[in-house]
Design a protein around this ligand. Structure first.
Ligand code: ADP
Length: 544
């Protein structure tokens, strides 16, 4: 059977771009993307315009003759132009790997060595230098996708993309000290979108503001929520998200009706811009994900925006997300934890206790196992980690079906609803960003002056948390010893702290660089010989 290389018409099933560009068939003139402008009216891209750009880019990509599933590194912010590129990758049967333009060069190099992309795509204004000569390069801007250096053609064993092909790979923090690539197939991501859309969170006419950067899958969730509902996406640039007044102005100027983001995007807004928040005329919904929303902040948000629908979205990159639960209004005065509800339609969450038995009774905690058509395929090039995360379905191990071990503990309430209790391992969330403490510790001990390191999340009085690290140093490695033997230094020498922070920043994203760094004589250990993180945390809280 012969098929032309550009013959994707034979592909059947639902692909990422099929769900997201479907409104172009019914409402081509509706806005698909509304981008806040520095001054003046926002820039609107209609579904028809977006589709035309996607088709043109897909033709450019197909002309490169890359095999289906070939990786394309997309180094960009979330915006109409980058969305067109990722949809074009989907249409051309290529797998996009979103990365931040702020990725340190060494980390980008590791990602390139690991994911082995054929092409690197960035904005016309992108500043990245030192890309390996073996990598093809292209730039997007003004509706064009221009190939600067054509990639070497890949061996084409097949021509027709398939919904089992990876749609994208998102790299997250990994326990082994290397970033972990979560591979999501078209089949999985579209199943997730269908489950999420059944919650009817957005509708045509909505404008859904996304505050997460493109390289977090939360931005892809928001894209699915907006375009999958026939609504418009409002990508809020990171430089605006960081400044509450600019952020609120962007929401006002774009007439945003909904906002998605990690809870911490609201912290500064509630503190400094409460009046402006209550005056936003169109805002009627907030969806948060990534970590627990501190209850006092949530109450404040409800006070300022009575009647607004607030959705608690729980889940992990390995299935994009798993639950969508409306937050009750008002929050009961004696409420201790928010419910995360039940898995989205089409999926199911089980609880398994420490002995491996499934537990269902209210009040009995266990680890959540996700049964779902929206599970990731595996960790890129890491069969061992994949086997640890995708385990036989305890309901019917004989079937060969797998479920996701979430690593999250939960307990059921009287109606079977779930409450998140914490992690079973040393993964933490820092402002909604996933951090494997082991990856930070490995980096720190990679410095010649450091002989041991322990990282942890320190709760902050304002409801958030920061990343802290404790290090033991070796004078021959060039670092300063603590001045008071036997105790954590109250104020570590800025020299070593600054040196180690710089060292971390060379390979780790900003949120994985410890904000608090202390030199200690030795790491305290618990009775069973593990690092006693509680004692370390207490040493910061207690008197120096
Ligand atoms: P995502 O990219 O889907 O936000 P990550 O993969 O970065 O998620 O992190 C997933 C982890 O974050 C979960 O395993 C859980 O520990 C935590 N988490 C995510 N959402 C919530 C939530 N709504 N409430 C509490 N914890 C959450």
């Amino acid at each position: 059977m012969s098929q032309r290389p550009d013959d994707t018409a034979a592909a059947t099933g639902e692909f990422l771009h099929d769900v997201l560009l479907d409104p172009a068939r019914h409402t081509p003139d509706h806005p698909a993307v509304v981008e806040p402008a520095a001054t003046g009216a926002p820039t609107v891209t209609t579904y028809a315009e977006l589709t035309a750009t996607v088709n043109a880019h897909a033709a450019t990509l197909r002309a490169l003759e890359l095999a289906p599933g070939t990786r394309v590194l997309l180094e960009a912010e979330l915006g109409a132009e980058s969305i067109a590129v990722l949809l074009a990758c989907s249409r051309a049967g290529l797998t996009f790997v979103p990365v931040s333009p702020e990725t340190p060069p060494d980390r980008l190099r590791t990602l390139i060595d690991t994911a082995r992309p054929a092409l690197h795509v960035r904005a016309a204004t992108g500043e990245r230098t030192d890309l390996p000569a073996t990598l093809g390069t292209a730039r997007f801007g003004d509706g064009e996708l221009t190939v600067e250096r054509a990639p070497a053609a890949t061996a084409r064993r097949r021509h027709v993309p398939c919904v089992a092909d990876p749609a994208y790979i998102v790299f997250t923090s990994g326990t082994t000290g290397r970033p972990k690539g979560v591979v999501m197939s078209h089949r999985a991501v579209t199943a997730f979108y269908r489950g999420m859309l059944a919650h009817r969170i957005a509708a045509p006419g909505d404008r859904v503001a996304g505050t997460s950067p493109l390289h977090f899958d939360f931005s892809l969730l928001t894209l699915g929520l907006a375009l999958g509902s026939g609504a418009a996406l409002v990508p809020v640039p990171q430089r605006l998200v960081r400044w509450p007044r600019h952020f609120l102005r962007a929401l006002r100027d774009t007439n945003a009706t909904q906002v998605t983001g990690v809870p911490s995007v609201w912290r500064q807004v509630l503190r400094h811009e409460a009046d402006r928040l209550s005056e936003l005329a169109h805002l009627r919904g907030v969806l948060f994900c990534g970590e627990e929303f501190p209850l006092p902040e949530l109450r404040r948000l409800q006070e300022l925006r009575p009647g607004m629908r607030i959705v608690n979205c729980y889940g992990a990159t390995e299935s994009m997300a798993a639950t969508f639960e409306d937050v009750p209004e008002p929050l009961p005065a004696d409420l201790e934890r928010l419910s995360i509800g039940h898995a989205h339609p089409g999926a199911e969450l089980l609880l398994r206790d420490g002995d491996g038995a499934l537990v269902d009774a209210p009040g009995t905690p266990g680890e959540m196992l996700l049964r779902s058509p929206a599970l990731f395929s595996g960790y890129w090039d890491d069969p061992e980690a994949t086997r640890a995360a995708l385990v036989p379905d305890p309901l019917c191990p004989e079937s060969g079906q797998v479920v996701l071990r979430t690593g999250d503990l939960a307990v059921r309430g009287e109606k079977g609803e779930l409450y998140f209790l914490g992690r079973t391992d040393s993964q933490v969330q820092i402002n909604g960003n996933r951090v494997e403490l082991g990856e930070v510790e490995r980096r720190l001990t990679g410095h010649p002056a450091v002989t041991a390191a322990a990282a942890l999340r320190l709760p902050l009085p304002d409801g958030g948390g920061c990343l802290a690290a404790f290090v033991v140093t070796d004078p021959s490695g060039g670092a300063r010893q603590p001045s008071r033997p036997g105790a954590a230094e109250a104020a570590p020498g800025e020299d070593i702290a600054a040196t180690l922070r710089d060292f971390c920043a060379r390979t780790l994203p900003g949120y994985m660089v410890p904000a608090e760094l202390r030199v200690v004589d030795a790491l305290p250990v618990t009775g069973n010989g593990k690092v006693d993180r509680e004692a370390l945390a207490a040493s910061v809280a207690g008197p120096a």
